[in-house]
Design a protein around this ligand. Structure first.
Ligand SMILES: Cc1ncc(C[n+]2csc(CCOP(=O)(O)OP(=O)(O)O)c2C)c(N)n1
Ligand SMILES: [Mg+2]
Length: 267
């Protein structure tokens, strides 16, 4: 079980990890800046305040947000922190999307939607083995446009997979525009409820108190798979990149990195 951290500690940890992820992307010269920032607080909650460190699965179905999870896994000692300096280099351990050869990564992801279905497969196998672990799986809102997401949602409700907890990183943006404009995914709550899920809304997906409470409630659900529907800000923590689709998959320049680091250190 993770050691109890105060809300202040969690905020500090998240800022440090944001800097680590941004530096790795910046050094690589490519990677998903906005996407990694928007899911960081949900991941920090799971790894540092949700008990997911040892016993549970944390699967990034939106695999392009990998730098956030890499920064956490390095901090947790799954591999050496120096690996972050080689992100996306040919032959390096840490590639742009998670792969199972990386310690701490259970499922290779990147093709949107697939991680969700594999996560449900793992949840089903845990039930068969009468294991109590939970499977947390993080999806982007644009990712919900994939058909496989709804096939998984339907089967998880059918099999009453209450050990599957989907976290939807609802930042409103996709790769090249708003989700609403590309293909509207709302109303997300109504869709999951119609498919037989319990939905827990997190109004501020960067508020640790709210996130911790949502994870606690999700863990207690006895019959249904749970969707933690988090309203987030793409690029969160880097003011000039917040809510800017232009920073979806772009590395910060050295100059931008300095500004971002100074901002994050003030938090
Ligand atoms: C099957 C598939 N189609 C397209 C892509 C290309 N792609 C990568 S990220 C992305 C946008 C994802 O948006 P969202 O799920 O909202 O994630 P965010 O970056 O906003 O967190 C797309 C279309 C992909 N990785 N997989
Ligand atoms: Mg999005």
């Amino acid at each position: 079980m993770a050691k109890e951290l105060s809300i202040k500690d969690l905020e500090k940890k998240a800022s440090e990890l944001r800097i680590a992820a941004l530096k790795a992307i910046s050094k690589a010269g490519s990677g998903h800046t906005g996407s990694s920032m928007s899911l960081m607080d949900a991941l920090v909650t799971l790894y540092y305040a949700g008990g997911a460190e040892e016993e549970d699965y944390v699967i990034l179905s939106k695999g392009h947000g990998a730098p956030a999870q890499y920064a956490i896994l390095a901090d947790k000692g799954f591999f050496d922190k120096s690996e972050l300096d080689h992100l996306r280099q040919a032959g390096a351990l840490l590639q742009g999307h998670p792969v199972v050869k990386i310690p701490g990564i259970a499922v290779s992801t990147g093709s949107l939607g697939q991680g969700f279905s594999v996560a449900h497969g793992i949840a089903l196998s845990l039930k068969l083995d009468k294991e109590n672990q939970k499977v947390f799986v993080v999806l982007g809102d644009g990712e919900l446009q994939e058909g496989i997401v709804w096939e998984t949602a339907m089967s998880a409700a059918h099999y009453m997979s209450n050990n599957l907890i989907a976290i939807v990183d609802n930042n409103g943006l996709q790769i090249d525009g708003s989700c609403k404009k590309v293909m509207n995914v709302q109303p997300i709550r109504d869709k999951f409820v119609a498919f037989g899920w319990r939905v827990i809304e997190v109004v501020d997906g960067h508020d640790f108190e709210e996130l911790i409470d949502a994870v606690r409630r999700a863990r207690a659900e006895e019959r249904k798979p749970v969707c933690i529907w988090c309203h987030t800000v793409k690029g969160k923590g880097v003011p000039f990149a917040e809510n800017k689709v232009e920073y979806h998959g772009v590395a910060l320049s050295e100059e931008e990195m300095k500004v971002a680091e100074a901002e994050l250190k003030c938090n």
